[in-house]
Design a protein around this ligand. Structure first.
Ligand code: ADP
Length: 259
C-alpha cells in the first residue's frame, strides 16, 4: 500500500481535516517482480550455453584437440549448445514481437486441415524417433481466419510438446471440428501429464515443470507463452486439461469463416 496525506484548509485558514489518498500497489509490485524474474531468467538461460561453449572451446584450444575422440565429443557439445542458444534467441525475439501491444497478424481464409497436415509433416520425424503413432480425425470443411505460418507455428509447437512429453510407443490423437463460432483443434497425448498446481503456470515465460527434461529435448520454455499470444492475436483462445501420469489435452479455438 502506498499512501500520502494533505491538510485541507478552509476559509480564513480554518483547518478542516486531512485527505488521505491510498493506492493499492500490489499489482504494480507484482508486475515489477515478473519483469525482474524475466530478466534474471533470460540472463541465466543465455549464460549457461555461452559458459559451456567458452569452456569446451578453450579446453580444445589448449591442446585437447589432439585427441580425436575428445575433439569430436567436445565439438558435439559446442554444436548442441550453440543450437540451444540460437533457439533461445529466436524465441526471445519472437516473443517480444508478439507481446507488443498492437501486434497484428494478417488474416486470410484457410482450411484448418491444410495447416494440420503440413504441421504433421514437419514433426513426424520426431514422432518416428519415439515410435509414437499420430492418429487423426479431421473435418476437412473447417475454414478459419488466420495467418498460415503463425497457425502452423501454434500447431507444430503443440505437436512437438505432445511428442516430447510422451513415452515411447504411445499415441497422439489430433482432431479438428467446429462449433458456431470456432474451428477447434484438439491434441491429446498419453504422456506424463501436468499436475493441477503446475497447469496454471505453463503459459508463463520460462515456466517448465521439469527443467532438465525440457532442456534435453531442446525446449526453451517459451513455446507455450508464444502459442498463447498467437492464438489470442487470432481472437481465439486455448484450453488445457491434464491428468498426471495419464496425458494431456490442449484445445485451440480459432474463429471460423461462415460461408
Ligand atoms: P518447453 O520448451 O519447456 O517445452 P513450453 O512453453 O512449450 O516450454 O511448455 C512449458 C512446460 O509445460 C514444459 O516445460 C512442460 O513442463 C509442460 N508441457 C507442455 N506441453 C506438455 C504436454 N503435452 N505434456 C506434459 N507437459 C507439457
Amino acid at each position: 500500500m502506498d499512501a500520502y496525506g494533505a491538510p485541507v484548509i478552509g476559509e480564513h485558514g480554518r483547518w478542516l481535516g486531512i485527505v488521505i489518498v491510498m493506492h493499492d500497489i500490489t499489482e504494480l509490485k507484482k508486475l515489477e517482480q515478473v519483469r525482474k524474474d524475466f530478466v534474471a531468467n533470460v540472463s541465466h538461460e543465455l549464460k549457461t550455453p555461452v559458459t559451456s561453449i567458452k569452456g569446451f572451446s578453450e579446453t580444445l584450444l589448449f591442446g585437447a584437440y589432439k585427441k580425436e575422440e575428445t575433439l569430436l565429443s567436445f565439438l558435439e557439445i559446442i554444436h548442441k549448445e550453440s543450437n540451444r542458444l540460437q533457439a533461445l534467441i529466436i524465441d526471445l525475439l519472437d516473443l517480444s514481437k508478439v507481446e507488443q501491444t498492437g501486434y497484428e497478424i494478417s488474416k486470410q481464409k484457410v482450411y484448418f486441415s491444410e495447416i494440420i497436415n503440413s504441421s504433421i509433416e514437419l514433426t513426424i520425424h520426431l514422432a518416428d524417433k519415439k515410435n509414437i503413432t499420430i492418429e487423426t480425425n479431421i473435418d476437412e470443411q473447417v475454414v478459419i481466419l488466420g495467418e498460415t505460418n503463425r497457425l502452423k507455428q501454434i500447431i507444430v509447437n503443440l505437436i512437438a510438446n505432445a511428442i516430447n512429453y510422451s513415452l515411447e510407443n504411445t499415441m497422439i490423437k489430433l482432431s479438428v471440428y467446429q462449433n458456431k463460432k470456432y474451428g477447434i483443434f484438439e491434441i491429446e497425448d498419453q504422456g506424463i501429464g501436468i499436475s493441477k498446481v503446475e497447469i496454471t503456470r505453463i503459459f508463463e515465460r520460462f515456466y517448465r515443470v521439469d527443467r532438465a527434461r525440457s532442456r534435453n529435448s531442446g525446449g526453451t520454455g517459451l513455446g507455450l507463452a508464444i502459442v498463447k499470444h498467437l492464438v489470442e492475436a487470432h481472437q481465439g483462445y486455448i484450453e488445457v486439461h491434464s491428468e498426471e501420469g495419464k496425458g494431456t489435452i490442449f484445445k485451440v479455438y480459432i474463429p471460423i469463416v461462415n460461408t
